[in-house]
Structures are given as C-alpha cells and as structure tokens.
Design a binder for this molecule. Sequence first.
Ligand code: SF4
Length: 200
Amino acid sequence: MDYGKLKKNFEDHRFLTSYFETREEAAAYLKEKIRGEKVGFGGSMTCQEMGLYELLKENNQVVWHWKDEMTAAEARRAAMDSTVYILSANGVSETGELVNIDGTGNRAAASLFGPERVFYVIGRNKIAPDLHSTIARAKNTACTKNARRLGVKTPCAASEELRCYDCNSPARICSATVILERPCNGMTVELVFINEDLGY
Ligand code: SF4
C-alpha cells in the first residue's frame, strides 16, 4: 500500500486519513476516538473481521443490522440516525475516490447524509490505481464475493470466474453505485487505512 500517495490524494480532496499496520491497532485507535456516540454500521466484512461492533459497544450506543435484536429493517433505519457511521468501501482509488455499490441503499445513504462523522475502514486489498479500475474491482470482486456469501441466485454467484455479468436477476445485489469524490457538506469523513487484507 502506497500510503503516501493515498494520503496526498485523499487529503487534497478534503478527506482525513490515518494509517495502521494491523487491524488491532486500527481498532484501538477507533475505540479511543469514538466515545459517547450513537454508532451505526454499514454491512461490512471488514468491520466484522475487526470486531468493531463489540469493541465500540463498550463506550457507545451501537446499532448494526447484522447484530441487533431489532429487525434488519429497523436497525438499518436506526443507523441512519447515528452520530457516527462506520463502513468500508468496495473499492478505493489511489487517485482519491471511494466506490460503494449497494442493493438496499442504507449504507450508501448513511454515508452521504445524517451522521456527523463517517469512518471508512480500508484494507489494502480494496485499493486500485484509478477510478476506472476501482469501479471494476468493486463490481467484479467485492460484489461477486458478497453475492456468494449471501448465496443469492445471480450469475456471478454461480460462476467459477470472479466477474460481474451486469445481470437482470431479481436477486441482483447491485442497485446503486456511489462514487464519493469529496466529503458531503456538513460531514467529517476519515479513511482508516490498514496494511492487511480485510473484507472483500
Ligand atoms: S450486477 Fe448481478 S452479476 Fe453483477 S455483481 Fe451484481 S449481482 Fe453479480
């Protein structure tokens, strides 16, 4: 991971950045930084692998549709009303853009409006050289692997090859593609880079 390049290009775009060698160091940093907040989570294998929900629960009110006792729909709605939102990205461009593709749209929506602070936790496997290759990575790698995890009936989940077929399946998990070029107005957005492979 070329953190020097990422830092320069994302900070030129008004994002904050930080860098850690390990997931444990990044998780400890977030635990210190986020206290007394209502924290919402987007669907994220990276957050899951870092144990962030359990860690942040010690000092915050947390809500995640993967974990909470409320229904997934209730939890998604409650997370929209959080003060801090944590998610990963399906792709991160070295030129300073983030790409996320959503089926339901709750993650994309909360990352753009509502919370005051948004943290993206980003493993090195998410990074691509430019926006074009980042979108391709998000579609062909992240979405395809998520489709397999979810066991949906889509061509990408059935294929041996990791690729998007731009399907018309009723089970399609890709409804909206968000390219975040700058933090939305009124939000502080920090990218927490981690020098490990995390999530898809
Ligand atoms: S558009 Fe369809 S084929 Fe492409 S990644 Fe999404 S679900 Fe899979």
